[in-house]
Design a protein around this ligand. Structure first.
Ligand SMILES: [Zn+2]
Length: 417
């Protein structure tokens, strides 16, 4: 009887899992292209990895908008560019100038698009997939990469993770990056993402094959909540326990961003590489509360008894700061820190009046904001044999589902097709 019940329970669990893993789309033809604004200073060295066709955008007055339908671009007659030459890209008097090592010149005051069959080019030696757009803006030249979502995820993964991490950890990171990417669509208006930390750092494709393997093994897979990709934030190392989202940023508590125990103790970033010492006056200046006459510091706690921030009061001013806000103001590695007061290094755990010239010592663990997936924790769990889905379940909780994404409406195919 007990065996039967176990079998039934097992089937039920299996059934639920199978259901939650059913693709949202009947077909997996779901890829679409993102427009990423690259971060480059002129001049830039450009090489094509295959022959490309050159197109220009005839509508001079169009506002900058890289997601122009491909039909609005015009091919330059007989202008196929071989991959033999390398080009120096610069701007002169509002014109894009490309100079090849062989002495050829391409010059245009209109936006240019370079497109091959497979896609691929290098900028200053970094390999990019997809299509290249050059868009003049005054005396500046903007570079855009129209890149397939999966290649973009691979590029970000290569910047975020170590090739030496176990494959399951890389797969967990890939699903988190893909989910976060889809959640973040719409941050910029004229393009999808910048290539810096504001969105996610992207510098083209990584060299190590293992990143491609991790992305391919999870192709199209995302975490969802209430039918939409989740804000799958991730960080390097929490320092022992991750954080609740509302204690770090503004906004309501999210069921998939709850504090959980982390397994990052053997990770590279578990210990801060150094301690940080400030005078009370320095801290006061940085947080905007005059500290010359002393400050009253009050730690703030959540219901679980974890310190979530501080209140500082002095000279008629009061400021309340979350750990994360203090971390950003003081440029600390993480929001997981303790504050020790004065030469006796007594920990600041309750309200205290700090006299002028008090020294504050910050010591801590972890790196990053501490919310969502811990990358070093994921690496440790994968090394213990956990699968990427188990890892993601641990960090994002049981409220999330694993699904295959649908492209956003209006973006059902690559914008350039
Ligand atoms: Zn951005």
């Amino acid at each position: 009887m007990r065996g039967q019940r176990c079998a039934l329970l097992f089937l039920l669990i299996l059934g639920v899992n199978l259901l939650s893993l059913m693709p949202v789309a009947a077909e997996r033809e779901t890829s679409f292209e993102l427009s990423v604004k690259l971060t480059l200073d002129l001049p830039v060295m450009l090489n094509f990895l295959e022959p490309v066709t050159l197109f220009y955008q005839p509508e001079k007055d169009l506002v900058r908008k890289p997601h122009l339908p491909f039909r609005t671009w015009r091919a330059v007659e007989d202008r196929t560019i071989s991959q033999q030459s390398s080009w120096q890209v610069q701007m002169t008097n509002g014109r894009i100038i490309l100079l090849s090592a062989k002495g050829d010149t391409i010059s245009s005051e209109l936006p240019l698009l370079f497109r091959g069959k497979e896609g691929g080019f290098t900028l200053n030696g970094e390999v990019y997939p997809g299509t290249l757009l050059l868009w003049p803006e005054g005396d500046n030249l903007l570079f855009f990469n129209e890149v397939n979502l999966e290649d973009y995820v691979c590029g970000v993964l290569g910047r975020e993770a170590y090739a030496s991490w176990p494959l399951e950890a890389l797969k967990a990171n890939a699903v988190a990056i893909r989910s976060y990417t889809l959640y973040s669509l719409g941050r910029h208006t004229a393009y999808d993402f910048c290539a810096d930390e504001h969105c996610q750092v992207y510098r083209g494709l990584p060299e190590a094959e293992v990143f491609r393997t991790a992305v391919a093994a999870t192709a199209g897979e995302v975490l969802t909540w209430q039918g939409a990709p989740i804000n799958a934030v991730y960080h390097s190392s929490s320092g022992g326990r991750t954080r609740n989202n509302e204690e770090v940023w503004a906004g309501p508590p999210l069921p998939y961003l709850r504090a959980v125990d982390d397994f990052d103790q053997n990770g590279k970033n578990y210990q801060w590489p150094q301690t940080y010492r400030f005078s009370l006056e320095e801290v006061g200046r940085i947080i905007g509360v005059p500290g010359e006459k002393g400050l009253v510091a009050t730690p703030l706690y959540n219901q679980a008894g974890e310190r979530v921030g501080f209140c500082f009061a002095g000279d008629g001013r009061t400021v309340q700061l979350k750990n994360e806000e203090l971390r950003r103001l003081l440029l600390l590695p993480s929001a997981n820190f303790r504050v020790l007061i004065g030469p006796e290094e007594r920990e600041l755990t309750q309200e205290v009046t700090l006299p002028p010239a008090t020294t504050l010592l910050f010591i801590g663990n972890g790196a990053g904001h501490g919310v969502g997936l811990s990358q070093w924790g994921a690496a440790a769990l994968a090394a213990q044999g956990y699968t990427y889905r188990q890892i993601l379940r641990h960090y994002y909780g049981s409220a999330v589902r694993f699904e295959y994404y649908l492209p956003p409406s209006g973006r059902t195919s690559a914008s350039l097709k």
